[in-house]
Design a protein around this ligand. Sequence first.
Ligand code: NAD
Length: 559
Amino acid sequence: TTHHATSGPRPVRAPRGTAISAKGWPQEAALRMLHNNLDPEVAEHPDDLVVYGGTGRAARDWRSFDRISASLRDLEADETLLVQSGRPVGIMRTHEWAPRVLIANSNLVGDWADWEEFRRLEALGLTMYGQMTAGSWIYIGTQGILQGTYETFGAVAAKLAGTGVGTLAGTITLTAGLGGMGGAQPLAVTMNDGVAIVVECDTSRIDRRIEHRYLDVRTDSIDEALRLAVEARDARRPLSIGLLGNAAEVLPEMLRRGAPIDIVTDQTSAHDPLAYLPAGVPFAEWHDYAAAKPQEFTERARASMARHVEAMVGFMDAGAEVFDYGNSIRGEAKLAGYTRAFDFPGFVPAYIRPLFCEGKGPFRWAALSGDPADIARTDRAVCDLFPENEHLTRWIRMAGQRVAYQGLPARICWLGQGERAAAGQRFNELVASGEISAPLAIGRDHLDTGSVASPYRETEGMKDGSDAIADWPLLNALVNTASGASWVSIHHGGGVGMGRSIHAGQVSVADGTELAAMKLERVLTNDPAMGVIRHVDAGYPEAEAVARQHGVRVPMSEG
Ligand code: NAD
C-alpha cells in the first residue's frame, strides 16, 4: 500500500514550520534536508535528482527517494537507516546516541575505481554519484562557493600582510572566468576590500554577474580596466571590473605593459580543454569548432593555456602572489610543453592548509523552520561569540546583506577547533529557549580539515607525502558515528572524480534537548580535531600548537 504512483519526477520542497511528520527532530531534519537538496531553488536538475557538480545526486532514483522519505518518517529514535549509494537498504535497531542515518555513496574497490567502471555500474542501477554534499543532504546552494572563495582571498590577504589577518585593500587581483564557480571571485575580492579585474570571453556571463551584483562594472578595454583598477586601489576602495577578452591574450599583454598586479589566479574551465577558448578563436565559433575538430581544438586550447600560464609565471617573477585555483591549468600547460607550469602552487597548500591546521573548515547550518529570522538570530550569535574575529564578522554582516537564500535559509562560515563546539552549544541553547523557532541542522562540506583524502586538491603536497592515505576520512566517519552525529556519510570521487578522492561528512541536529547538547559538544569537538591530528601526524607545527592549546590528545606526541 505504500508503493503508489508517485515514484516519478515532481517538484519537492522541504516542509517548513514546527509540526513534524517524523517521530523525532533528527529524523525530521534528515527528511527536510533531503527534500531541500532537491528543491528547484537549490538543485541544478531536480527532475534527475541531480543537486550539483555534474551528476551529484541526492538519491538513486525517485522510488529510492520515496522509500528513504517513508523510512525516515517511520524511523524510531533508536533505529538507523542504511543508505547504499542513494538507495535505502536496511533499517536496524541501534541506540539513541547512534546516527539515524548511515550513508555510503559511490565507493568502489581501488582497481575498479574509474569513471568507465562507475558508469557501467550506474547504468545497471547499482550505484550513483554522490558528489560531496549532494548525497549527504547538506548542500545549501551557491553561498558555499562564495564563502570558500572569500575565505581563500582572505587567506591570501593574511599571507601578504604577514599576519593571521589582513585585507586586500590597496591591492589589484587579476583573474579570469565568471562561470558557475568563478563568478564568485569578484564579490569575494571586494568583500575582502580589494580590487579585481576578471577577464571573461563570454559577454553574457559578465552581464549576468553585474545583474546579480556579484560584479560592479564592465569594460572591453585593457586600458580602461587598468585605469579604473588603479584609481580604486589608490583610494583603497573595493571595485570589481569585468574585462571582455581572452585570458590567453589579455594576461600576456598586461604583463608586457608592466601592469601593477598584486595577485593572479584563474578560474576558466581549464580542466576541460574543450571548455577553454583558444586565443584567436572567435567566441561565436567556439562550440561548432570544438564539436567538429575536438583534437585540433584541444591542441590549440592547451597551447593557449601554456601562454596564459607563462604570463602568470611572469607576474610571479615580477613579485605577484600567484596560485592555481583548482582548475588544472598548470597540468594542461605542462602537457603543451611549458616547463615552468608548476612554479606556482595550488591554493590548498598555499592558503587553505594553514587554516586546516587550526581545524578550520566550512561549518554550515540550515534553519529547519524555513524562517530567515532564525538565521539572522544565529548570525548575531556568531558575531557575539567571536567579536574579535573581524574577517568572520565582516563575512557574516555582508552575507546577511548580499546572499539570497536558496531553499531553507542557511549560513556558512569557516570555524576552527573550539569555535565549532562553542557555536553548536550556543545554537542549541537558542533553540531550547525558543529564540530560534525550530531546530537547526549543523553540518559541513566534505572538503574539510580531517575528512578528505584528495591528492589533486585538498591533500596535494602534504608535508610527509601522505597525500593519498585514505584512512583519515574513514576514521573521521567512524569517530563522528561514535560521537553522536545525526547522519554520517562516506563517499568516493567527490570534487575531482572517480579514483581521486575519498571523503566523509556529518550533520548533527540542534533540537534544544540535553541529549543534543551532549552530542553536539562531542561531534563538534572531535570532527575538527580529526583535522588537527591529521596535520600533527603529517608534521605541521601549527597543528601541534593548536592541539596543545585545545587539549587534543595525540599519543605519538606524548612521551
Ligand atoms: P564554468 O565552465 O561555469 O566557467 C568557466 C568560464 O571561463 C566561462 O564563463 C568561460 O566563458 C570562461 N572562459 C573559458 N575560456 C576562457 C578564456 N580563454 N578567456 C576568458 N574566459 C574564458 O566553470 P566554473 O564552474 O566557474 O569553474 C571554473 C574552474 O575552476 C573549473 O575548472 C573548476 O573545476 C575550477 N574550480 C575548482 C575549485 C576547487 O578546486 N575548489 C573551486 C572552484 C572552481
